[in-house]
Design a protein around this ligand. Structure first.
Ligand code: SF4
Length: 341
């Protein structure tokens, strides 16, 4: 039997039960694939259900305002995914009368749909035989092929992966490889004894499973110091909507790049347009690791008599309704306690 047939026979008996499995609606497949990027399957299930309840089709999502989309996304991280999701929904609903492109090349033209998601959606929704190469697929295939070259991206395996994919059931094949990577061909100690494609696996023959994939040297993360300031104007706390870019559209507190003493922080806030600033108490430090950078945060409380017009004074109800990034979870929690008094 071929690699694809062995894999599909196993999948037919062992497929994971997931809310988006068996789905043919490209809107739902697209939503699940975007949510699953960088996020655990278990976490996605709840978000997927809540999203579909609120936005049952692409027209409902396109008609929503960005803030309510980000609020529903809160906690999933990688917020550019949510903004792109919204932009793509508008493009499909308003520019294409609700119809998604029906092949991977067309899907890649939509915001936020990269080669992986395009291939996953095209294969599952439309049966196009294109491999959905993510880290899991790349791990399995690099072992099956004993791929000697260092992988910069999973798509370095595009050519051999395209040669292996099932022409009859490409969507199931891609999902089968996802399941195999998630439950059998694990990064450490793969369960080769239970593996349906063991007979095809070159790494197993060499007893070198965990040597693959060969990875290029990781790029070191950039470390950034920030001072995060919970600034009060009377009994209201000041929040600010981030412009486009990292975490764009989400809210934040006053912030100064770098770690400073009280006098320096007061000067920095004054330069940002705050008036009558008093730096009050030190708060705990916090740290957040993004894909390519690390924020080392030092927190403070402060008060002011006037503030720039792009800051919003909020009470505890308004604070709870605003979407904040997970990076600020610690300070948001402290802010909620302080504002409740
Ligand atoms: S035999 Fe082992 S290493 Fe090879 S694909 Fe199966 S689980 Fe992965």
């Amino acid at each position: 039997m071929s690699f694809a047939n062995d894999l599909l026979t196993w999948y037919d008996a062992n497929a994971r039960t997931l809310p988006w499995r068996g789905e043919r609606d490209p809107y739902r497949i697209w939503l699940s694939e975007i949510m699953l990027q960088q996020t655990q399957t278990q976490t996605v299930k709840g978000y997927y259900a809540r999203f579909l309840e609120r936005f049952p089709d692409v027209f409902a999502l396109a008609a929503a305002d960005e803030e309510s989309v980000l609020k529903l996304w809160e906690g999933l991280g990688y917020y550019s995914r949510a903004r792109n999701l919204h932009a793509a929904a508008k493009a499909v609903a308003n520019g294409r009368d609700g119809a998604f492109p029906t092949d991977a090349a067309g899907l890649r033209q939509l915001p936020g749909i990269g080669p992986y998601a395009a291939n996953a959606i095209a294969s599952i929704a439309y049966g196009e035989p294109v491999p959905a190469l993510d880290g899991n697929q790349a791990r399995v295939l690099s072992r099956v092929l004993a791929w000697e070259e260092a992988l910069r991206t999973p798509f370095d395996l595009l050519e051999p992966a395209t040669g292996l994919i099932s022409r009859e059931r490409p969507g199931d094949y891609n999902q089968a490889l996802m399941d195999l990577g998630a439950s059998v061909c694990l990064p450490k100690r793969p369960h080769c004894g239970d593996c349906p494609v063991a007979a095809h696996c070159e790494a197993l023959k060499e007893e070198a499973q965990e040597d693959f994939p060969h990875k290029s040297a990781p790029v070191p993360k950039k470390e950034e110091d920030w001072s995060i300031l919970l600034v009060f104007a009377g009994d209201k706390l000041l929040a600010h909507r981030r412009p486009k870019g990292l975490l764009g559209g989400l809210y934040e507190f006053a912030a100064v790049p770098g770690h400073f003493d009280r006098a320096e922080l007061s000067d920095a806030l004054t330069r940002q347009g705050f008036g009558g600033v008093r730096i009050l108490d030190r708060l705990p430090d916090a740290r957040h690791v993004f894909t390519h950078r690390v924020w080392r945060m030092r927190g403070w409380t402060a008060s002011c008599e006037s503030f720039p017009e792009d800051f919003l004074p909020v009470d505890s109800g308004a604070l709870a309704a605003l979407p904040f990034p997970s990076a600020l979870r610690v300070y948001r929690g402290i802010a909620e306690e302080l504002i409740r008094g």
